[in-house]
Design a protein around this ligand. Structure first.
Ligand code: COA
Length: 343
């Protein structure tokens, strides 16, 4: 067996994966659910195997026909070692199942699988999942990807085993990230002093192509000017060294509304093309957590644009502007890039 984590690849499931999915489910159930306190026995769990043909059929049908459901499989060469299934519902989305073979657990496979589900489900609706109440490791796993405990599932809905025994379940919920994306003009953005040189001409070209073809481009992260300036002013001695420059700059640039925290290549690409820049406004720790979740789930890529909390993110900006003591808007920065022949 190849336990090398690089050997694990994630794919969208195809009907033929049905058998492999059910195998992973059987092995993992047996390793996870036996419990003395609740009287859940290995024998009872093993008896589920008698119904496997039916379940394989159901999986195959589902993968083939149900457009509101999607399944991803983790494979090492041809062997399925984990899977995750998600359902789109009208009000709340749902993670239906996620199982990773015991030998492959704790290596990030679960996180990669659920990341695919998050990207497919989007972040506009809450996502729920039912978990056996005593399955502490998986409760910890769900917490690590943004779920919180959200009450007990009604006994009548608990999962029934062949003997009639019920698996006690709780509900967990991942609240939708309500932060709305907005589209900003380069003159509205105060850019960082991180040019010249252009760090990655390749990234610039890639973003330019994406904007041109209308593909999805991850948002940049911005903070309203008032919040940043209040924070800069807190460090009085340092602030006094560039206060006048900043005040004059803001007077001369009345359109500027937000400080950027990163995203220089994509914003430069958008500016050159005259496209508005997709942006997320952050104002507090909850917003920063939201952005960090999007990063964890692979929905925002590139350099993390925020630190672990809002204050640290502001401190980073304070450090940056104390070092440079000058300011420019995104359109001014891009003009410099064009004049220097860099883009
Ligand atoms: C739950 C499960 C899908 C997680 O998949 P995994 O590949 O093992 O998890 P990952 O390695 O991606 O872990 C991601 C994070 O979850 C948390 N986590 C995972 N397993 C954990 C454990 N046993 N205890 C505490 N935290 C855990 C950690 O925070 C981890 O992040 P870190 O490694 O950076 O600290 C997998 O362990 C599994 O199949 N378990 C048995 C079946 C099951 O319970 N399924 C859920 C049914 S509702």
């Amino acid at each position: 067996m190849d336990k090398n984590i690089n050997a694990v690849k994630i794919y969208s499931a195809v009907p033929n994966d049905g058998k492999g999915l059910v195998r992973v489910s059987r092995i993992t159930w047996l390793a996870t659910y036996p419990n003395k306190k609740f009287g859940i026995t290995v024998k009872d769990l093993a008896q589920r195997a008698e119904f496997e043909k039916e379940r394989i059929k159901r999986w195959r049908k589902n993968i083939k026909e149900n457009k509101n459901r999607k399944t991803w499989v983790a494979k090492v060469r041809r062997e399925i070692v984990g899977f995750c299934g998600a359902n789109k519902e009208n009000n709340t989305h749902e993670i239906g199942a996620i199982y990773v073979l015991p030998k492959y657990q704790g290596k990030g496979v679960g996180k990669r699988l659920i990341g695919k589900a998050f990207a497919w489900l989007g972040d506009r609706k809450n996502i729920t999942v039912k978990v056996a109440s005593y399955n502490t490791p998986s409760i910890k796993f769900y917490e690590s990807v943004g779920f919180k405990k959200a009450g007990v599932v009604k006994k009548s809905q608990w999962h029934k085993l062949p003997s009639g025994k019920l698996l006690p379940e709780i509900m967990m919920k991942r609240v939708a990230y309500k932060q709305q994306k907005i589209f900003l003009k380069p003159s509205q953005l105060i850019a960082m002093i991180d040019y010249p040189p252009l760090h990655s001409p390749k990234a610039f070209t890639t973003y330019r192509k994406k904007f041109k073809s209308g593909s999805y481009v991850e948002p940049i992260v911005v903070i309203p000017i008032k919040i940043v300036v209040e924070n800069l002013a807190k460090n009085k001695t340092r602030y006094n060294t560039y206060k006048k420059t900043l005040e004059q700059f803001l007077k001369d640039h009345p359109r500027a509304k937000y400080f950027m925290t990163g995203g220089k290549h994509r914003s430069a690409a958008a500016t050159v093309l005259g496209v508005k820049i997709p942006s997320l406004i952050i104002k507090n720790d909850a917003d920063v957590n939201g952005v960090n979740l999007l990063i964890d789930n692979g929905e925002i890529t590139g350099v993390p644009p925020v630190n672990e909390n809002f204050n640290k993110t502001l401190e980073e900006l304070e450090e940056h502007f104390f070092e440079h003591k000058r300011f420019w808007t995104m359109d001014e920065k891009v003009r410099a890039m064009i004049e220097n022949g860099d883009i």
